[in-house]
Design a protein around this ligand. Structure first.
Ligand SMILES: [Zn+2]
Length: 148
């Protein structure tokens, strides 16, 4: 359908109706111990954190879903020189969830003991890491993982 001539108010409503799960919903879910994402009604893929389209097929036909919070450690980095307001060392990790999406979080582990052997280890979300700094625009949370 052509966008030309559509009522701007209707267009805005249409766009807002596509945000079935916002970043705020995602963070509120984490605060309640839930990892929320979107399941595609067309291809079945899970998108997490939430985005406006399915990360596999681009569909907007999405519904909220809860992920297990379990996954595999794909990569990590140990931050030794922290940005203002953070205490080093700490570990930022990228985990591939059992449902597919890769998500960023913190890893609760001894930073001194991190090595290549950690890659592929099973991880699960144990809680949240709250942060609020001058770069982030308010209070946010990200998942805190632990080796499971
Ligand atoms: Zn899809």
């Amino acid at each position: 359908m052509s966008m030309v001539g559509r009522d701007p108010v209707e267009m805005e409503k249409d766009i807002k109706s596509r945000y079935v799960l916002t970043s705020k919903d995602y963070e509120d879910g984490l605060r309640q111990g839930k990892l929320l994402g979107l399941k595609c009604k067309d291809c079945g893929a899970v998108t997490c954190p939430p985005m406006i389209v399915c990360q596999r097929c681009g569909s907007i036909n999405l519904e909220p879903t809860e992920l297990s919070g379990k996954g595999e450690l794909m990569t990590y980095t140990v931050i030794k020189i922290p940005p203002e307001g953070y205490e080093a060392p700490y570990i930022v990790c990228l985990a591939k969830t059992d449902e597919g999406p890769w998500i960023v979080g913190r890893l609760d582990y001894d930073a001194q003991k991190m090595s290549e052997e950690m890659l592929g280890k099973n991880v699960k979300i144990k809680g949240i890491f709250p942060y609020s700094d001058k770069y982030s625009g308010g209070e946010h949370v990200c998942p805190m993982f632990e080796i499971s």
